[in-house]
Design a protein around this ligand. Structure first.
Ligand code: MG
Length: 381
């Protein structure tokens, strides 16, 4: 029996790779529905035809897509992904970028669908809401680091875990002393991973690692004091778990998201040849080094924000989304991205809600953060 999939964010990096996995494994998976923002309608239409999907959700260009896909139910508007996420299926892959992925995650969980989560912002902005809904094995990580930790924890007694250690490539500026003159093009050129633009910029500031520390806290119910991050430029060891006896289990493969995507789609089974294994006929050198917190303050800031919790991680993420856009638009310098996030966190840490009860609470907190970020950026600009 094939697994029925719903893929959210199908035209993005994760969505495209997921569909390649489906194409290579037609006996394992069928695609029931796709959603996308709609900024690349040609690709979305081609995907819908190729995989013979029944439903397409799109935020914009709905009429264009409806015309091109007779016989397909097209749901359009800002809540399309949330509606489609609630269609009964085996697995919803959430490959949306940004905290707009939170509402679809909650809708999929409420509909009793399993969620393969590539949208880390669901947990950063709404971790408590997501965890309150997720049953055992209903929420599976797709982020490569979290997939590694998840794999290393299988069969282990959680009381015997002493640390989770996330690896970070260090991004393109790992060895660059002065980051003030970094251009958008330089920040978009990642040395080891091919990803979407926002994740790539977040990898360059190490904001991505900060978000992933918060993601790990929620996914594995682990205190921030027990979550560390280390630079590993080759991106082969995807993360590690250290145990109380001093033993460390690491998961490794050449950097390719098809490994973690396929495991989340077919868990508890592995998909044969999902990704190339490490070639042991060649020599390899793997380096590990501590993160330079002076040049990359995002990681310590994430840890601090995460430990305070409540609405502050949502503030942290929303401020970053605004600051990254401002950098991409050429309005601020690279080093001002994290400075802006830090300033927004400082401005709101005293007033932000200590508990988020529902999506409306998350939206209100994010709106505050975005407005504060824009006001600060106006002063900079
Ligand atoms: Mg990652």
């Amino acid at each position: 029996m094939t697994r029925e999939l719903v893929i959210l964010g199908s035209t993005g990096s994760i969505g495209v790779q997921a569909l390649e996995i489906v194409e290579a494994n037609p006996s394992l998976f069928t695609v029931v529905a796709l959603t996308a923002a709609g900024s690349n309608p040609e690709l979305l239409i081609a995907q819908a035809k190729k995989f013979k999907v029944k439903v397409v959700g799109v935020a914009k260009n709905g009429d264009l897509i409806r015309q091109a896909l007779p016989g397909v139910e097209v749901i359009d508007g800002p809540h399309a992904s949330t509606e489609v996420a609630a269609i009964s299926c085996d697995v919803v892959l959430n490959g949306i970028t940004g905290s707009i992925g939170l509402a679809p995650t909650l809708a999929a969980l409420d509909a009793d669908n399993r969620v393969a989560l590539a949208n880390k912002e669901s947990l950063v902005a709404g971790g408590d809401l997501v965890l309150a809904r997720a049953k055992k094995d209903q929420l599976l990580p797709v982020d490569s680091e979290h997939s590694a930790i998840w794999q290393a924890l299988i069969g282990e007694d959680r009381k015997e875990v002493s640390k989770l250690i996330l690896t970070a490539s260090g991004g393109p500026f790992r060895d660059r002393a002065d980051l003030s003159g970094v251009t958008v093009q330089e920040a978009l050129a990642h040395p080891t991973w091919v990803m979407g633009p926002v994740v790539t910029i977040n990898s360059a500031t190490l904001m991505n690692k900060g978000l992933e520390i918060i993601e790990a806290h929620y996914l594995f119910n682990t205190a921030y004091a027990q979550i560390e991050a280390v630079i590993h430029p080759q991106s082969v060891v995807h993360s590690m778990v250290e145990f109380v006896d001093g033993s460390t289990i690491a998961q490794g493969s050449p950097p390719n998201m098809k490994g973690p995507i396929s495991l989340a789609l077919s868990y508890p089974h592995r998909v044969a040849a999902a990704t190339a294994p490490i070639d042991w006929t060649q020599s390899h050198t793997w380096n590990f080094a501590p993160i330079d917190s002076q040049r990359f303050p995002a990681v310590a800031l994430a840890r601090e924000v995460g430990a305070i919790g409540g609405g502050l991680p949502a503030v942290f993420n929303a401020a970053n989304e605004v600051a990254v856009q401002a950098f991409v638009d050429g309005d601020i310098k690279f080093t001002e991205i994290v400075k802006t996030v830090s300033a927004v966190v400082d401005a709101l840490r005293g007033s932000v809600s200590a508990t988020l009860r529902d999506l409306a609470d998350v939206s209100a907190v994010e709106e505050d953060a975005r407005r504060t970020a824009r006001e600060l950026l106006k002063k900079v600009g």
